[in-house]
Design a protein. Sequence first.
Length: 258
Amino acid sequence: MKIKILSVCTIIILLSAVPIYAEEWKEHKGRHFVIYYQSAPIDFVEEVEKTAEQYYEEITRDLGFTRYKGWTWDERAQIYIYDDSQSYVEEGRQAQWSHGSAQTKTKVIRTFPTAHGFFDSTLPHELGHIIFREFVGFKAEIPLWFEEGIAMYQEKAKRFGAHNAVIDARNNGYFIPLKELSITQLTRNTDQKIVTLFYAESASVVYYMINELGKYRFVQFCRKLSEGGPFEWALKSVYVRFKNYDDLNKAWLRYLDK
């Protein structure tokens, strides 16, 4: 199953380059975040700020990353809250199946109040993208599934459900091996079943790498990725028994079979 289409990262960069005029948005400033909103009630906006601040520390700690630079003053992340799904998709030019997007270089998040699991899923997911890239930089050659797996790992409720979805895909013959997953990309036109499986597999294998192979080694792997070499080169440098995607794929599936 090969899907030769633009990556989500490309989509985020291209589609997020839409001009945003300050006069169209109300502004709420916090310590590490500036929240822009349209008609959302102020108590909701304040709750977004409070929850984002909690995740700011929690995600870094959970991944084992060290923060070298704080998000203060001009370095604060920006969260744009559209009024609803329609305005998010149309004005933000996002995919219909999307509930949030992150522009990692500029630390910009876009979403809407009724996004699925706004506080438990969407917000930590998009912050996960930014914090991961803050740690590894932008020269790293990273497959989309790994970035999404890092972000999905922040959605605690989905960490375990992802395993069941992968097992079901294997039992029913539509599982995507890691080597193939690594060239699978997503666009606004991608079939929802492929999108769902892509995220489930990404979450499952990253959970395996962090919780079964160890957080310390995972952090070393991310440090190696930050040097800019190919993903499989970093993999075999840190996880010595894994020479390529196939080796990681086999070990991951053995773990799921337990």
